[in-house]
Design a protein around this ligand. Sequence first.
Ligand code: G7M
Length: 317
Amino acid sequence: MAVEPSSAKKRKTEDDFEPPGNYEKLSSFAEFEFCKLLKNDMRSKTAFIHAKCRGKEAVLLMEKRAFEPKTVQNLLSEKTELVETLKNDIYSTYNTYPEKELNGLKTTLIFPATSHHIMKYTEQDFHIIHESAGDYNKITLPYIKNKALSNQWVYNILNKKTEADRIIFEDSCSETGFILLPDMKWDRQDVTALYLQAIVHRRDIMSIRDLDKSHLPLLRNISEKGLGAIKEKFGIPGNKIRIYFHYQPSYYHLHVHFAHIKLDNPGFEADRAHLLMDVIENIETKSLYYKEKTLVFKVREDDILYKDFLDHGCIHK
Ligand code: G7M
């Protein structure tokens, strides 16, 4: 994790951005002040926290880690403290406090965070939207241009300014090329939780809405070479990998999710995930399929996109 020094200059454009050279490595949260628990997700055992650091907003995602097969045996030692909470015949339960190496949390820090990030991780209701092609042009497109999250992290990866050492595979062709690397959510420990992103080099495709048959070579290339790289690097065959897009995505630069079939991760619900193979086949059948189709997705109640659809009278409360 790194914190941008408060003196860092604001970027001019997304392309000429240089990450500040003197990023500081955080070793504690001494400078952080708790503001609010935005969401407490019992299923993923993640706390989403709004905090402040040096007068700027921060969002922290603190997640209890999965057990590691290599170290799980070390739990059974005198260093693990037990406090009995129940005993009945042959059954007993304990609050269990292992040594700190076995007891870590994974923290994702967003700093400085925008109000959009704070909203994104706040507990709230969802609504289903049926977005026609007309709605997309009239409502969603202006929303993307004005209000969507910045793609800076994506351009940093494509320019090898960040995460270059994590790249698993790259095809550098400017038309059909992409970078395959671990999603930030994967801790790279357990391959049955494998979660990668293929980020395309082209910068003119925002989401599946933009795809037509001219993009088929790109899509087929991602599928073929992405699966090939996963087989080579992790030994996982293609029939164990789920490949899909999100609509709406969080970031409007085309990227494809590669996830192990056993990964139980929110994000492949029917109202969000579009399998790459289905997308390819739909476009093969009809080039303008995604430009014309009404796309159904869920949106958070606090999302500006939801408010924009309400304001245009396209949905009702
Ligand atoms: O919903 P959408 O299809 O836009 O998914 C975006 C994905 O990008 C999520 O699964 C995030 O975990 C992932 N992601 C977001 N950021 C900011 C980063 C990042 O900086 N690095 C990496 N490797 N993945 C990210």
